[in-house]
Design a protein around this ligand. Structure first.
Ligand code: GLU
Length: 478
């Protein structure tokens, strides 16, 4: 049977790393099994849900490469269906109308708190007669619909990540509220636990993979599945993502939305690669640098750990640098070019962009590092103290640069490439008895204003192509 998995995000905020990681695990398992990855937007909280968040979530998943296989479903379009199912539960006696007011609930909680008990509804209206219901309604009291939870029930399921999970009916907080308050005989807006069961059944979801914070919801939902005679999906509960202190990663931890990672210069390839390791351990990895499709071939829910996964920036940075190193040059260059354009930097040709990209890619961790690394090629670097001192203290330094200029003029060389650059350096050093090391250091200082920087010959080639090499050398001679 085809496996069908889904992500069911609530559009009440930007796409968060936790939701993205849940999406990834669902996607990987769907692809691994040739199944389907679907999306349901749980937008029934009309106050907190915003369409811009839906757009942000879908755009973020798209950017990460986690494409879905069928048109996303909006839960808000199915409210009347959810209400009909609630009606059915009322009819079969699995649910009932409860008139307990907010203040009565508060009173009950306070009492329980005083006695050191967890909050639990006392199911006081489970057996109201139709006459009593009529009376409450005529008094103008609003009601919710509660689902009967059998105190004696033993709920058990085989979790693909955690093994057998057991839950007792008496630990589920009393009869479960299925809908918001409404007046008369109306049914208020259905709530999460009811809607999720009805919709997962409607979408023929075979595997529910979601965060461990939903474990107690799963126990409640299994009871609803049974009451409605629906086929149960297989459940998996993923570990939490923890911050450096070992606490659940939350919005208070500086960076959590996928947009922010993108903004910082992480590649989608790196983020999905890193997120997979937030919980998943591959047996005998040949390499930790993996593409989505490579991961989908070896992914298994049973290899996901139970323990929380600590977020590790160093590892993410390392993975990003590896993906930058391995990326197709044209693709990387196109991404980097955006950063250069934003700085108003113009390059002589696409060829030149590719060469510069190749020159700096090994020293980049984030895409935006392309700004600092490429800056000396677009703007004249300031002469640093070490450069000034070198030019002053080594008498052959200026002499070697003067010889380079003369040579270029005499030989009429205007374009440098790796072959003639080596030849020029060799010849000048032999003819003028200047050590090659000094000549190269002097050129480096002319180009970069200091003694560090990328490969000298390749850099010279680039400076010559944007016609700034002569000017850089000349500035050292005045
Ligand atoms: N809307 C719920 C959430 O975002 C969905 C949980 C589930 O996957 O059932 O937490």
């Amino acid at each position: 049977m085809e496996k069908r998995l889904r992500l069911a995000p609530s559009p009440t905020g930007l796409l968060h790393i936790g939701t993205a990681r849940t999406a990834l695990f669902n996607w990987l398992y769907a692809k691994k099994t040739n199944g389907k990855f679907l999306i349901r937007i749980e937008d029934t909280d009309l106050i907190r849900s915003k369409s811009e968040y839906t757009t942000n979530i879908l755009d973020g998943l798209n950017w990460l490469g986690l494409y879905w296989d069928e048109e996303p479903i909006k839960q808000s379009k199915r409210i009347s269906i959810h209400k009909n199912i609630i009606k059915k539960l009322l009819e079969i006696g699995a649910a009932y109308r409860c008139f307990t007011s907010e203040s009565e609930i508060l009173e009950l909680r306070e009492k329980q708190q005083k006695n050191g008990l967890p909050p639990k509804h006392d199911n006081r209206h489970r057996n109201l007669s139709s006459k009593e219901i009529k009376e409450f309604i005529s008094q103008g009291k609003s009601s919710v619909i509660r689902f009967k939870i059998d105190e004696e029930a033993e709920i058990k399921w085989e979790d693909q990540i955690r093994g057998e999970i057991k839950w007792k009916g008496k630990d589920l907080g009393g009869d479960l509220v299925l809908s918001r308050r409404a007046l008369d005989y109306e049914i208020g807006d259905p709530l999460y636990n009811l809607a999720v069961v009805v919709d997962d059944n409607f979408m023929n979801i075979t595997h529910v993979v979601r965060g461990e914070d939903h474990i107690s919801n799963t126990a409640k939902q299994i009871l609803i599945y049974k009451a409605l005679n629906y086929k149960l999906p297989i459940f998996s509960h993923t570990p939490l993502i923890l911050n450096i202190e070992g606490k659940k990663l939350s919005k208070r931890d500086s960076i959590t939305s996928i947009d922010e990672f993108k903004e910082m210069g992480y590649l989608p390839e790196s983020l999905v690669n890193y997120m997979a390791f937030l919980g998943w351990s591959i047996k005998d990895p040949k390499s930790e640098i993996l593409s989505l499709s490579e991961m989908s071939q070896i992914f298994n829910l049973s290899d996901v750990n139970k323990a929380g996964a600590k977020f590790n920036w160093e590892k993410l940075n390392w993975i990003n640098s590896q993906h930058i190193k391995n990326m197709e040059l044209i693709k990387l260059s196109r991404l980097i070019k955006k950063y250069w354009n934003d700085n108003g930097w113009e390059s002589p040709s696409t060829e030149w962009d590719l060469k510069l990209t190749n020159l700096i890619r090994d020293s980049m961790i984030l895409l935006k590092d392309a700004i600092d690394q490429a800056k000396p090629f677009f703007t004249l670097s300031k002469m640093q103290k070490e450069g000034q001192e070198f030019l002053k203290s080594k008498k052959e330094a200026k002499e070697s640069l003067r010889s380079v200029l003369c040579y270029l003029k005499e030989e009429n060389i205007s374009k440098i490439n790796s072959d003639n650059a080596r030849e020029i350096i060799n010849k000048i050093s032999i003819e003028n008895s200047i050590k090659k090391g000094i000549l190269m250091k002097s050129l480096r200082i002319a180009f970069f204003g200091c003694l560090s920087g990328p490969d000298l010959i390749q850099s010279w080639e680039l400076f010559s192509e944007n016609e700034t090499d002569i000017m850089r050398i000349e500035r050292c001679l005045i």
